[in-house]
Design a protein around this ligand. Structure first.
Ligand SMILES: *[C@@H]1O[C@H](CO)[C@@H](O)[C@H](O)[C@H]1NC(C)=O
Ligand SMILES: *[C@@H]1O[C@H](CO)[C@@H](O)[C@H](O)[C@H]1NC(C)=O
Length: 711
């Protein structure tokens, strides 16, 4: 029964177990025995507490039941009391034992199991771990039976200002254009403070400039850095070092601080015009300098850099504007004067130019400061040079008739030395251009003469090179091309354009065109060819043929009558005189062969010679001989056959050896030779019985080189 009562009591009292006494941070400064242990039923009860508790009440923070606070970084001679656990079940006897578990229990936080006092036995760092979660329990001292359920609470570590601000990204670099107006934003920097940004001012930062005034300023809260002077000039000072400080505790004394450096570089703007280093430049140039050669360089300096220093150069005045040009070398930022047209010392010995350099990229903000350009004078002196001879013409074209006499003058070239000390000149032919030594030249007066005969029909052009050499200086040489054209002379007679063979049909009508011929002439008269054709004077009244000139310079040969007969006359020869229109004209006689042929009714030639009556046209001589031989052979066989018939009743064996031999040799002579005996079956002439006396004779006499086996 008493046991049940105890249980009931326990149930009733459980909610009344009060654990937390939250203490103000400073309370730990007090000796441990003075610290208050509260049965904190309500916050009001705290009002009755002592001095320390009143400090706590002034804090803005509301108290939370299951929290305790402990100040970070505390290091006293003894462990600090964090708080005390208490249960109202504790009758004061030693029946209750307090147990602590959770974050840091036993290692950082220690509990007096009798009194319930919790001490921090190690120095704490909020920035490392800001709160610890622990579990408290009250158990029976003897039985270790829990007197109540375990209860969780938090120990919060309270911040002190133990961290200085830090610039994590420093040192910094920034740029700002030179000549910026005052207050131009340059950059901003940020410092961080590890202390509690929510509690107190330990992390409240204020920025200031320690070094870098009066050029730059910083906004204390935002840390935006701005220019503090207008029109800072890069050309005067390009780089500035700014030291920036961040201080916590809102900048008040006693706060911690950190610094960093910021390097500010001014960037260039085009605020400086180009300026020639010299107002007068002198250059000299030999008159024979190659076009495009750089004669000299001028340079306008510009204090700016990059494209702001770029200038373009121009020749704006002077007496040599047509002969010279100036180009801008963007790399070296200078101007190069070059020659555009040839100089001649003998004509003009010096030139003056006015050159201008002007900035390419003008900044309109500064254009009011005056022109961003400068001018200078350039004097160019032309020097005399030993120049090679100059021909009177860059090329020569000469013409010569192909029948020109040897050593006749074809033409002349002239050249002179342009120098003041004019040297005499010698001429020669570049023999690489006249390998056949067709021409000669007079070394003194440049007259070109013919050395070997010309033939236009062989070569129309002779393009040679003439060399002029100064007698006083053999290295001064000039060359000139001379094209020599060979003009035509009528030195070729016309002739048939090809070998014509004419056929005349036996059955043709009078006036039939037998053949059309044309002529050619190797000459090349200016107005083209015009040929005249005629028959030999004694043939003019030829009864058989006549000629007729055609429009196109060709000639038709016509038969005068019909009834030509190849039996009567097979071939006619018709000489024709062809004459050209040259002056004097040339002519030649070409003979046309006219064959009389048999033709079909529609005029197609069928056959042209007499034999063609019996033999098909086209048989070769060999074939004719073969046919002839066959005929003779046939005759021989017929004769043989007749002879055999005559001896019909006599034995076929011929006893007379001589007779047999004679017969066979004759046969042999008339046939195709020994080879034919193989084809011709001699056995048919023999007695099949092979009578003795005959065979040996036959072998000896007839067969000669034929092998015995063959018989
Ligand atoms: C020679 O020169 C003439 C004129 O310049 C040219 O027409 C001709 O083709 C040239 N002949 C040869 C073979 O180079
Ligand atoms: C003309 O032809 C006849 C035969 O047909 C011949 O006798 C005569 O010589 C020919 N005349 C000439 C000039 O060829």
């Amino acid at each position: 029964m008493p046991e049940r009562l105890a249980e009931m009591l326990l149930d009733l009292w459980t909610p009344l177990i009060i654990l937390w006494i939250t203490l103000p941070p400073c309370i730990y400064m007090a000796p441990m025995n003075q610290s208050q242990v509260l049965m904190s039923g309500s916050p009001l009860e705290l009002n009755s507490l002592g001095e320390e508790q009143r400090i706590l009440n002034r804090s803005k923070r509301g108290w939370v039941w299951n929290q305790m606070f402990v100040l970070e970084e505390f290091s006293g001679p003894e462990p600090i009391l964090v708080g005390r656990l208490h249960t109202d079940l504790d009758p004061g006897s030693k029946k209750i034992k307090y147990i602590l578990s959770g974050d840091g229990a036993g290692t950082i936080f220690q509990i007096n199991d009798v009194t319930g006092d919790i001490h921090a036995i190690k120095r704490l760092d909020r920035e490392e771990k800001a709160e610890y979660t622990l579990t408290a329990q009250a158990v029976d001292w003897e039985t270790s039976k829990p007197l109540e359920p375990p209860s969780e609470f938090i120990i919060k570590v309270q911040d002190i200002n133990d961290n200085a601000p830090e610039f994590l990204n420093g040192p910094y670099h920034a740029t700002v254009p030179e000549m910026s107006i005052l207050g131009t934003s340059v950059t901003n920097v940020t410092a961080t403070d590890a202390d509690d940004p929510v509690y107190g001012n330990s992390a409240k930062l204020v920025y200031s400039i320690l070094e870098g005034q009066p050029y730059f300023s910083i906004e204390p809260e935002t840390a935006i850095i701005k220019t503090a002077l207008p029109n800072m000039d890069r050309e005067a000072k390009e780089e500035y070092l700014v030291v920036i400080q961040a201080k916590d505790m809102g900048g008040h004394s006693g706060g911690l601080s950190g610094t960093t450096t910021l390097t500010v570089t001014l960037t260039d703007v085009n605020d400086n015009p180009p300026k020639f280093a010299q107002s007068l430049y002198h250059f000299s140039v030999p008159e024979d300098v190659v076009l495009g050669t750089a004669i000299g360089r001028v340079k306008a300096n510009d204090q700016d850099i990059g494209e702001n220093a770029q200038s373009s150069y121009d020749i704006i005045d002077g007496d040599g504007t047509a002969l010279f040009e100036i180009t801008s070398d963007a790399q070296a930022q200078d101007g190069i004067i070059r020659l555009r047209k040839p100089l001649d010392f003998e004509t003009k010995k010096s030139y003056t130019l006015k050159v201008e350099a002007a900035n390419v990229h003008i900044d309109p903000r500064f254009s009011g400061r005056g022109p961003f350009k400068d001018t200078a004078t350039v004097k160019i002196v032309v020097e005399d040079a030993d120049e090679p001879p100059v021909f009177s013409s860059p090329t020569y074209l000469l013409e010569v008739h192909e029948n020109a006499a040897l050593n006749s003058v074809i033409g002349q070239v002239t050249a002179r030395d342009p120098d003041i000390t004019s040297s005499p000149i010698r001429f020669s032919i570049d023999r690489h251009t006249d390998l056949e030594r067709q021409f000669n030249i007079n070394a003194d007066d440049g007259k070109i003469t013919l050395a070997t005969p010309l033939d236009r029909e062989l070569s129309v052009w002779h393009n040679i090179t003439i060399i002029a050499t100064e007698i006083r200086n053999h290295s001064q040489i000039s060359r000139v091309p001379v094209a020599i054209k060979v003009l035509d002379v009528n030195d070729n007679a016309p002739e048939f354009a090809s070998e014509y063979e004419a056929f005349l049909c036996e059955n043709g009508k009078p006036g039939q065109v037998i053949q059309t011929v044309s002529a050619m002439d190797k000459d090349d008269p200016k107005n083209g060819h015009y040929f005249l054709y005629s028959l030999l004077p004694e043939m003019v009244n030829n009864p058989n043929f006549t000629i007729k000139k055609n429009e196109d310079n060709s000639l038709s040969i016509l038969a005068k009558h019909n009834g030509f007969n190849r039996q009567k006359q097979e071939v006619y020869l018709l000489p024709i005189i062809i004459s050209d229109s040259g002056n004097p004209p040339l002519s030649s006689t070409s003979t046309l062969t006219i064959r009389v042929c048999g033709c079909s009714n529609d005029g197609v030639v069928q056959s042209c010679n007499v034999e063609a009556y019996v033999l098909p046209i086209g048989l070769s001589m060999g074939a004719l001989i073969a046919i002839l031989a066959c005929i003779i052979l046939l005759l021989v066989i017929v004769v043989l056959f007749v002879t055999l018939r005559r001896h019909k009743n006599e034995p076929l064996i011929i006893k007379d050896d001589e007779d047999v031999r004679e017969n066979i040799i004759r046969y042999d002579d008339e046939g195709g030779g020994e080879e034919d005996t193989e084809a011709f079956d001699i056995a048919t002439l023999q007695n099949p019985d092979g009578i003795n006396g005959f065979l040996p004779h036959y072998r000896r006499g007839l067969l000669g080189g034929i092998s015995q086996d063959a018989v």
